[in-house]
Design a protein around this ligand. Structure first.
Ligand code: ZN
Length: 243
């Protein structure tokens, strides 16, 4: 199966559309959470995602806050403003969809899906080999796919030496996943690695390969909608700079 792996869309419909077009036909879509927060299109993103065939979607920390499974106080001021705004515009249908999302998913005993980390699914950031290493104990499958950091990354545990290494994934290159691996497709709607293009990955479950991908989208259009909604200006600025 050719599987589209996306995360951290953050209410950015233009970026999501670009990713769905760029990915080409897929057999399934796995979404690792944070559908809302920061961006101007929370309802449209949820409607768009909900209609995808073979979608598996889990809960992100922003989604959890909106459905009151996490406190708004846990977020910084600007993120909180966006959450309060999203709460005021989300439809009952959108909220119902967010309420159905699980914190974690096991895909046929092969891949564990979690937003932040398998150890702390809606909160922990896996940014380095140290944190990655601690997390390998917290899932049983060969692979675990996470989001939350908004940075494409790939951590591999070598069972023999008990060492974890971080691989630099080159965009557009399908690399073999050798058990065990923690992989992050990056963020669709708010990349934070100074590359403003939307990020995602393709997982081939027959070949066990992972391909990190990027696609440009019309950032100015999204910035305009952020300003129209009176959302914090820095949420618009960061999109063009990728932070
Ligand atoms: Zn996020």
């Amino acid at each position: 199966m050719r599987i589209l792996v996306i995360s951290d869309i953050h209410a950015n419909l233009t970026a999501l559309e670009a990713v769905l077009q760029d990915s080409g036909p897929v057999d399934a879509t796995w979404c690792l959470g944070d559908l809302v927060g920061y961006g101007p299109d929370p309802n449209l993103v949820i409607e768009y995602l909900r209609d995808l065939a073979n979608l598996t979607c889990i809960l992100g920390n922003h989604d959890a806050a909106i459905v009151r499974r996490m406190d708004f106080d846990a977020f910084n001021g600007d993120a909180r403003i966006s959450l309060t705004w999203a709460e005021s515009v989300l439809t009952a249908d959108s909220l119902d969809f967010l309420r159905t999302l699980p914190r974690q998913a096991d895909m046929n005993g092969v891949v564990t899906l979690a937003h932040g980390s398998p150890r702390d699914p809606t909160w922990e950031y896996v940014l380095n080999t140290f944190t990655a290493r601690l997390n390998f104990k917290h899932f049983q499958t060969p692979f675990c796919f996470i989001g939350h950091t908004h940075i494409q990354s790939l951590f591999t545990l070598d069972g023999a030496s008990d060492r974890v290494s971080a691989a630099m994934t080159r965009v557009g290159e399908a690399v073999p996943l050798v058990p065990r691996v923690i992989a992050n497709p990056g963020s669709v709607g708010q990349p934070r690695d100074r590359d403003p293009r939307a990020a995602y990955a393709i997982f081939d479950s027959h070949q066990n390969t992972w391909e990190a991908r990027r696609v440009p989208y019309d950032i100015a259009q999204v910035q305009q909608r952020i300003r129209q909604a009176n959302l914090p200006a820095r949420h618009a600025l960061r999109l063009e700079e990728g932070w």
